[in-house]
Design a protein around this ligand. Structure first.
Ligand code: NAI
Ligand code: MG
Length: 492
């Protein structure tokens, strides 16, 4: 696997054995069996990683001119582009995502790093109009050491979204990937090493969330946590970081409404909605897991979902023909199956799927059928809670008002999609949806330049776009007197 090693932590530019954790097997979810050994760090490993990041921040990284920082990031991006296949294979072995999807996703990431590199030397402040007695201006400065805590569904994408802007802003990083999918982040560390980053600028310490993750959050030398994962974890992090006033940004998933009006191009809408229902085996925060369909086209859309569910090739994830791999780990499989049971008990109509795949080659893996529930009402738990499995909940509605009301009826607000042939309606509805991102007549179009993040329970802050750098920067205001005159306040 391109000489990547996974049995050491990457701290301060060295490949080191864990002090606290150990080396653990990483499970391939398509077989349920170990496929490699990965180093897991504990509290003392996080301590040394933060110390290395702190030294690098105070030392070489802070002194480096921003255009040199940009050049290093570009070199890294070019190296990354040469390793797409290798990284995709590592990620797929860890999380079971179909290799065609892993490759497609990872092949975009070099451009994310290039985009952030292109901003690194353009982070100027502004001059502020004043009277002529003072000159006032702002400058922007990196916040310091960043703890990046990433999830198991898209480890490389989450790393790109956090490390790209953090490094461009001049921060140093300790990356703690999810315990289920640590290997690709160690492969990434090798590429930072090869690109010539100063020791300690990027450190990678896999470890358990409540141990290594918690230690990173509570560490007094960590200025900021950039987290993607579950809302409950975010609340724990917020409390754990309270004593050190640690800044946080959170990307916390969603229950995105994908709205199909009867006046839409229905075929394209069905392509988008079915594609997004089962991509990543349903394990992505932006997927349109609630499909809202206007009543006059409801049966047509439900029939199409049923037919397409039969066309999804569920299979071994490294097979390029496979559309959908397994769930990434046992708990997620259990969670998904529990929601199928909940949906049935709530009275939703199971139109397709709903079972673990128990036969043949797939029996040992965490495979589940593409699943469709129809006659779902907005208040049902399968329409309110994030399942993170390949389960589409199709909800009927009548007219714009009801569509908007249902769309906004969950605690979440990450993304939304709507399909309509009426431009005015598209704008009206898009403006009223509570979400950080709305797609009109397309879905899941996400790029380096488009800010991404949620409102309501979906999180705090934005990743990507120029806004994606803000959480890693502080603004300093400097005011210089043009006269130097300061009268004695006690004279009269
Ligand atoms: P999680 O929030 O527990 O894990 C995400 C990351 O947080 C991992 O790196 C984990 O090690 C770390 N973590 C866990 N506890 C921590 C703590 N106390 N302090 C610091 N870091 C900690 O998510 P989990 O349990 O893996 O998945 C549960 C559900 O969360 C999923 O079924 C899904 O609904 C949602 N989720 C949403 C994601 C998104 O893209 N927004 C990604 C992953 C999960
Ligand atoms: Mg958890």
């Amino acid at each position: 696997m391109s000489g990547f090693r996974f049995d050491r932590l990457f701290i301060g530019g060295e490949w080191v054995a864990p002090l606290d954790g150990g080396v653990r097997p990483s499970i391939d979810p398509s077989t349920g069996a170990p496929w490699g050994d990965v180093a897991f760090g504990g509290v003392r490993d996080i301590d040394r990683a933060v110390a290395a990041a702190r030294d690098a921040f105070e030392g070489p990284w802070r002194r480096m001119p921003p255009w040199e920082r940009a050049a290093l990031l570009r070199r890294f991006a070019d190296l990354y582009a040469t390793q797409v296949d290798a990284l995709a294979e590592v990620e797929t072995r860890d999380n079971g995502r179909a290799i065609r999807e892993s490759r497609g996703d990872i092949s975009l990431h070099a451009q994310y790093y290039h985009w952030f590199a292109s901003l690194a030397d353009k982070l100027g402040g502004r001059t502020i109009p004043m009277d002529n007695s003072v000159h006032a201006f702002t400058t922007r400065h990196p916040v310091g050491v960043v703890g990046a805590i990433t999830p198991w569904n898209v480890p490389m994408m989450a790393a790109a979204w956090k490390l790209g802007p953090a490094l461009a802003a001049g921060c140093t990083v300790v990356l703690k990937p999810a315990e289920q999918t640590p290997a690709s982040s160690l492969a990434l560390a090798r590429l930072f090493e090869e690109a010539g980053f100063p020791p300690g600028v990027v450190n990678v310490v896999p470890g358990d969330g409540p141990v290594a993750g918690a230690a990173l959050v509570a560490h007094p030398d960590v200025a900021k946590i950039s987290f993607t994962g579950e809302g409950a974890t975010a609340k724990t992090i917020l409390k754990a970081g309270a004593d050190t006033l640690t800044r946080c940004t959170f990307e916390l998933g969603g229950k995105a409404p994908h709205i199909i009006f009867a006046d839409a191009d229905i075929e394209n809408a069905i392509n988008a909605a079915t594609g997004s229902a089962w991509a990543l085996c349903g394990q992505s925060c932006a997927l349109g897991s609630r499909v809202l369909v206007e009543r006059s086209v409801y049966d047509r859309v439900v029939d199409a979902f049923k037919e397409r569910a039969g066309q999804v090739r569920v299979g071994m994830p490294l097979d390029p023909a496979t559309h959908m791999g397994p769930q990434a780990h046992q708990q997620q499989l259990d969670k998904t199956l529990s929601y199928v049971a909940i949906g049935k008990a709530e009275g939703a109509e199971l139109v397709s799927g709903g079972q673990r795949i128990g036969g043949g080659d797939l029996a040992a893996g965490y495979f589940v059928e593409p699943t469709v529930f129809a006659s779902v009402s907005a208040g049902m738990r399968i329409a309110q809670e994030e399942i993170f499995g390949p389960v589409a909940a199709i909800i009927p509605f009548e007219g714009e008002e009801e569509a908007v009301a249902i769309a906004n009826s969950t605690p979440y607000g990450l993304a939304a999609g709507l399909w309509s042939g009426d431009t005015g309606r598209a704008h009206r509805v898009a403006a009223r949806i509570e979400a950080g991102m709305v797609w009109v007549n397309t879905y899941r179009y996400i790029r380096w330049s488009t800010p991404y993040g949620g409102v309501k329970a979906s999180g705090w802050g934005r990743e990507n776009g120029i806004e994606g750098l803000d959480p890693f920067l502080e603004t300093k205001t400097t005011i210089v007197s043009t006269t130097g005159q300061f009268p004695n306040p006690f004279q009269s």
